[in-house]
Design a binder for this molecule. Structure first.
Ligand code: ZN
Length: 299
């Protein structure tokens, strides 16, 4: 039996008693079952038996793991690629409205689509990426060089960024404290830290339970809600400034969740469920499928 990544203290509040929350299969790659646990004090949810970081590589080996690949096959993934363009513009508009400088660090930059979009808008972009395949694609497609996480953690990159962004990345990060320390060091005092995260308190998470696409165990170790990420960041010297919805995520998550349930997916019904989840998120952002959180340092 392989050793798993053990969590003895809650990363959010430091408490050490946890209760069972949900068993979630790794639908995408291994089909192994993973257990989510919840902190009894602050209600933070995490994957209790994720692989050690050194053993995590094989769990990312899927052509369907679109975050790191460039293939476009199947309905869900065609939609994903079209939606990506709309989301790039949406992210740009949210950043533009912060009225801050244009030096941007994108952590978990993947194949570089966001960096390339921002570069064209006049931003000075730097990327950090763990996948060598993604680094190579980024270089080949956009001529942008991304750095390895160790270069970032060993403080070899600049330390005067106006924006540090992580789009659906932080839920994968093992050494969360080292990263937060570096965010603090690398961000200007008037700069912004942007974290986009799935929300396990969302309408579609509650509706789909273990089928919810954004649990994505064991690749997602941390399952934040608006409350737990605010507490987590507060404990590390950051205050939450703003929250935004990610309007396409309810549709994408519901499509992924439905694809895990049946061999045959009836698309109009899936889209209706996505629409329902989206309408709930309009009424209450804390029920959004994913949320973009904007933080600043406490100075
Ligand atoms: Zn806790």
């Amino acid at each position: 039996m392989k050793e798993s990544y053990s969590i003895n203290r809650c990363p959010v509040c430091g408490h050490s008693s946890f209760k069972h929350f949900l068993n979630v299969p790794d639908w995408l790659v291994s089909k192994e079952i993973f257990e989510l646990q919840q902190c009894e004090q602050c209600q933070f949810v995490f994957t209790a038996n994720a692989p050690l970081e050194k053993d995590a590589g094989p769990y990312y080996n899927s052509e369907e793991y679109v975050e790191h690949s460039d293939t476009s096959s199947g309905l869900i993934y065609s939609v994903y690629h079209v939606a990506r363009r709309a989301m790039l513009h949406y992210k740009y508009m949210k950043i533009k409205r912060l009225h801050v400088g244009k030096k941007l660090l994108d952590v978990g930059s993947g194949s570089g689509y966001f960096m390339n979009f921002m570069k064209k808008k006049g931003y000075d972009v730097t990327g950090v990426e763990i996948s060598e395949k993604a680094i190579a694609l980024c270089k080949k497609n956009f001529g942008i060089k991304a750095h390895s996480p160790s270069e970032f953690l060993e403080e070899k990159l600049d330390t005067d960024y106006d924006i540090i962004s992580l789009w659906h990345v932080f839920e994968h990060v093992y050494s969360y404290d080292a990263y937060f320390e570096l965010f603090s060091k690398s961000l200007n005092n008037n700069g912004y830290l942007i974290l986009a995260l799935p929300n396990c308190d969302s309408q579609d998470a509650r509706m789909n339970k273990s089928y919810w696409g954004a649990y994505d165990t064991p690749r997602h170790i941390w399952h934040f809600t608006s409350k737990t990420i605010e507490l987590f960041a507060m404990g590390r010297g950051f205050k939450m400034i703003k929250k935004h919805r990610m309007p396409l995520d309810p549709f994408f998550n519901v499509m992924v969740s439905d694809s895990y349930k049946d061999k045959f997916t009836f698309l109009p019904l899936t889209l209706l469920k996505g629409l329902y989840s989206y309408i709930i998120s309009l009424l209450n952002i804390e029920k959004s499928s994913s949320i973009i959180y904007i933080f600043q340092k406490n100075t």
